[in-house]
Design a protein around this ligand. Structure first.
Ligand code: 3HC
Length: 346
């Protein structure tokens, strides 16, 4: 088996201009060699880096997943930002503002990771705004009460962590490294949601009921976040072979259910599933059927808030045009004066 150094050499040959790619037999042989080196590197758990040779389909899969992930982060700011002006105390307001800002930051890391694959941010945002790329189904549900902020933190950020911790070991370096930082911040988000729900659950009967109602509404959509069941997941098998995904959708969903059951008990809240029970034989919790018709319907654009989310996103983008123009003008001025200084010094 080739060593790590051999994989690296073969993978970077393409970048060094040694593959003419003009259709000759030598080019075909080169491509086969790059493919073998890529497969060996992935099998050996090496990281693929932006300048390495990679199959077109691997690149396209990463752009699709990272873009969807980035879009989810920035669209996800909307349901929670809805409560910033109505947070019940200064402390809660400061926490929520910090959390929503973190989500914007996550979007930026992820758009940057996608850019390392050669796809510009403008193009990705255009695809989001015109419905050609998706964002997570979960953000098409409304935040009706203050307790929803807690339920999103506990369940939605909790599901995101369960899904994203394995992505820290994704085969593509820039995505994996972005996920390390994102997961640290998501852990804080999950804790603040849990703490908020605990305060409500132990509060007045009305507050307890509000917390329970939020959990009842967010539980099933949170389970849908992990994607369709394995036998309907179009991309899982290939993404797992490439070590982009490390676990299947159903495996992660089961892990999340097992984590949540004892946490719900400590919160003094129930999960809205009469079929939820421990299975001695499987050593996992059994749970009831998920309404996949609802999931696919939300993906088609028919969820309660799809239209509102995308309209608001387009408006924010248009209204922010002057900021992008000002930032570009400032950067251009700065680099021009920087270049000038460079010439003088030379
Ligand atoms: N919402 C919207 N679309 C979904 C989805 C969901 N919850 N789950 C799956 N899909 C889509 C897929 O994108 C795919 O559609 P496409 O072919 O048009 O791209 C189709 O349904 C089939 O699903 P697959 O299982 O074949 O797709 P994947 O292999 O890509 O798996 C995934 C789906 C598990 C979501 C995977 O893409 C993934 O792990 N992505 C990274 C994590 C992510 O995007 N999280 C966003 C949610 S939360 C968040 O980030 C914000 C945080 O602050 C809470």
């Amino acid at each position: 088996m080739a060593t790590a150094a051999t994989h690296q050499t073969a993978r970077t040959l393409a970048q060094d201009g040694q593959d003419g790619q003009d259709g000759t037999q030598a080019d075909v042989d080169d491509t086969a060699a790059y493919e073998r080196a890529f497969d060996a590197a992935v099998a050996a758990d090496e990281r693929v880096e932006p300048r390495d040779w990679m199959p077109d389909a691997y690149r396209a899969t990463l752009v699709r997943q990272i873009a969807q992930h980035a879009h989810s982060e920035i669209i996800g700011m909307q349901p929670e930002a809805n409560w910033i002006t109505r947070a019940p105390s200064l402390r809660r307001k400061a926490i929520l503002m910090a959390k929503v800002q973190d989500e914007a930051g996550h979007g930026l890391y992820l758009y940057s990771a996608a850019e390392t694959l050669g796809t510009g941010r403008e193009e990705l945002l255009d695809k989001l705004h015109t419905g050609r790329q998706k964002y997570s189904s979960i953000f098409n549900y409304p935040t009706l009460t203050w307790a929803d902020v807690g339920a999103i933190g506990w369940l939605v950020d909790g599901a995101a962590i369960t899904n994203q911790v394995p992505l820290c070991r994704c085969s593509y370096g820039p995505y994996a490294r972005a996920m390390v930082r994102i997961c640290k911040e998501e852990s804080f988000h999950q804790r603040q949601g849990y703490e908020l729900l605990l305060a409500l659950s132990r509060g007045t009967p009305e507050q307890h009921a509000m917390a329970q109602d939020a959990v009842d509404r967010w539980w099933w959509p949170s389970l849908m976040m992990f994607g369709p069941p394995d036998d309907e997941s179009a991309h899982s098998a290939q993404s797992m072979a490439w070590k982009i995904k490390r676990h299947s959708n159903d495996e992660l969903r089961q892990r999340f259910v097992d984590i949540c059951v004892p946490q719900a008990e400590s919160l003094g809240l129930t999960l809205p599933d009469p079929d939820l029970r421990w299975n001695e034989e499987r050593e996992h919790h059994d749970f009831g059927p998920i309404d996949w018709t609802e999931f696919w319907d939300v993906l088609k654009g028919n969820g309660p808030c799809n239209e509102q989310r995308i309209t608001q996103r387009r408006r924010a983008h248009d209204e922010g045009a002057w900021v992008r123009e000002a930032a570009s003008a400032y950067a251009a001025k700065h680099s021009a004066s920087g270049a000038g200084r460079g010439v003088e010094q030379a």
